[in-house]
Write a protein that binds this ligand. Structure first.
Ligand SMILES: C[S@@+](CC[C@H](N)C(=O)[O-])C[C@H]1O[C@@H](n2cnc3c(N)ncnc32)[C@H](O)[C@@H]1O
Length: 302
């Protein structure tokens, strides 16, 4: 990759999801999604769809019987991504495909501020969101933009673009709708992640949380996490719940119990163990964590 394209990626947070991870997130969503009994439309949104890998993975794993009920919405700002996704999502056998080249955050803000529903409204209308929103930290966003995002989306501390996306995505989900999202893992144990932890605790039931640590799934120096969550009927305050948790980090331990092909295979089995992937060993730790997350590293989940 050239220096310019690396810099551009950093600025726009465009770290595309590897196909295996896209498949993994899609299967986790489907394990938790209960389709409606009738053959009503199921609206699926990727608000930062890039070239469509996540939408494709979800359709690919969707049961054949209800595939024709799917209505896909893909949004992205990038011109090239937009051309690619248009090409890739043809002939999927779904009910409709609505691709929009626009700023998702602006769109949600406009809708929230509007006194009447806008055409193609997203608010509280989506059954499933699958996403890998851009990660762009305050230093790269610039102070002015970070300040505006913080005020628009009620964030505090060192704002990252993915945090604003999480708030905006909440507004788009129907109650009981499912979110399957890849983010930076920084919200788990940083001060600036407190608003995200609060949002997840109050507005969502966390069904599965994966800290993918230093598995280098992305080219960028991002340590990813996967959150699978269901939007609550109504916000729930000051209640502690526990949620399924798995983390995987490189280890110097030499003895391993399994040799697996890749990280996604390693995390599919919920077992405490050391696995070998290529020439490196990784410790998989499984258990539960208390939600609201405490803001400390859940180093040994119970
Ligand atoms: C991390 S990439 C993910 C792409 C794709 N969903 C995937 O998983 O491979 C983030 C995408 O967000 C897009 N993006 C950045 N800011 C955006 C915004 N405000 N609204 C919509 N898309 C945006 C970028 O162009 C990029 O394609």
């Amino acid at each position: 990759m050239t220096k310019e394209s690396l810099a551009r990626r950093k600025k726009t947070g465009s770290h595309y999801t590897p196909a295996r991870l896209a498949q993994f997130v899609a299967t986790k969503i489907l394990e938790n999604y209960q389709p409606p009994d009738s053959d009503s439309t199921i609206r699926i949104l990727d608000p930062a769809c890039g070239d469509g890998e996540l939408l494709l993975a979800l359709v690919d794993n969707w049961p054949q019987e209800t595939r024709s009920c799917l209505s896909l919405i893909g949004i992205d700002l990038d011109r090239i991504a937009f051309q690619n996704v248009r090409h890739r999502v043809r002939n999927l056998g779904v009910s409709s495909i609505d691709l929009r080249r626009e700023d998702f955050l602006d769109r949600v803000l406009t809708e929230l501020e509007s006194t009447q529903p806008l055409p193609g409204s997203l608010l509280e209308s989506v059954d499933v969101i699958i996403a890998n929103p851009p990660y762009v930290r305050t230093q790269v966003l610039g102070a002015k933009k970070a300040k505006k995002l913080a005020s628009d989306f009620n964030l505090s501390g060192r704002v990252d673009l993915y945090q604003a996306f999480l708030v905006a995505m909440k507004h788009c989900l129907k109650t009981t709708g499912i979110l399957g999202v890849i983010t930076s893992n920084r919200f788990i144990a940083t001060k600036s992640g407190s608003r995200v932890r609060e949002l997840l605790a109050n507005d969502f039931e966390i069904l599965d949380l994966y800290d993918l640590g230093d598995t280098k799934l992305f080219e960028a120096a991002v340590l990813p996490a996967v959150i699978v969550a269901r939007r609550r009927q109504a916000p729930l305050f000051r209640t502690t719940q526990s949620s399924k948790f798995l983390k995987i980090y490189e280890t110097l331990e030499q003895t391993f119990s399994d040799e697996v092909e890749n990280v996604c295979t390693a995390i599919t089995k919920r077992d405490d163990r050391v696995v070998r992937i290529g020439r490196d060993n990784f410790r998989v730790t499984v258990g539960t964590v208390d939600v609201p997350l405490s803001g400390k590293d859940p180093s040994s989940p119970s």
